[in-house]
Ligand binder design. Sequence first.
Ligand code: GDP
Length: 326
Amino acid sequence: MNLDSRIFISGHRGLAGSAIERRCKLEGFREIIVRTRSQLDLRDQAAVDEFFASEQPDYVFHAAGLVGGIHANDSRPADFITDNLQIAVNVIDAAWRNGVTKLLYLGSSCIYPKLAPQPLREASLLTGPLEPTNEWYAIAKLAGLKMCQAFRRQFGFNAITLLPTNLYGPGDNFDLESAHVLPALLRKIDEAHAAHAESVVVWGSGTPRREFMYADDLADACLFAMRHYDGEQPINVGWGTDLTIHELAAALAGVVGFRGRLEFDRSKPDGTPRKVLDTSQLTGLGWQPRVDLQTGLTLTYDWYRRSMTASHAREHVPCDSFSHSS
Ligand code: GDP
């Protein structure tokens, strides 16, 4: 990859894609290609073919997908499986047929079996049943990963897969119905603080454990892997350390300055009990994340406050559904 390489970032409005775009700009890449969903619907095979044929990208960071938190996944299974399958098939196939040098596909830690041993090792993929609340998304992401491996074996296409842990950061989706836990709780706690409320409702028991990584660290890992990893096996990206949802809520309350109570609504699903990655493959190659949780939460909250101030006419921060996360 050099600074004149043509780089296509799919899902550049999303959390992962926008961080990758920021990073590529920072490094000085001159030919960064992006398309909004209205400019290019990645579910439309003919449109995707035409795009690759005319733009001829050299490298593809494939960060697009229909994503959402536990509620969105559970209530829109048909959308999650269909959109993500179509997007994976269209982009990977068109990239290969149009001579892309290398493609990086983003999977997710939620494609691991629900009860796989923790920390999750890459070898545990496809060894057991999935978490039912997100199996639709997971099946589509697993199919994308397998496509990368199949195209590598049959055609020698250099397609690699990274499996990031839960991401957070600027540009996240803060819509309470569809958001992941971190942005959802950040918004709820900020609103409770502003309203001088006595308590905030946290879904579930608060005991599930999750790992969180700042999106710019993922972008750093993507550039690293594009330059230094050419293997068939998917690679985990994260910290390898986790905390409970209760602890996360308490950390967010600290960042916001909220001193009220945390109430746990046990009628809401907990999802998978624990999700922490074994990151030894990537650290073995020489990569480490840098932005610790306290710093990342502070940066995210600063961004959230700024974007709320900038858009106080709007009801909430808009989300582009073609973006990446678990
Ligand atoms: P998951 O990591 O795929 O299970 O998806 P989420 O990020 O949506 O949820 C993670 C955990 O956080 C689950 O145990 C949720 O019940 C819990 N949680 C607590 N409060 C919230 C909330 O306000 N929104 C979401 N999405 N999850 C919450």
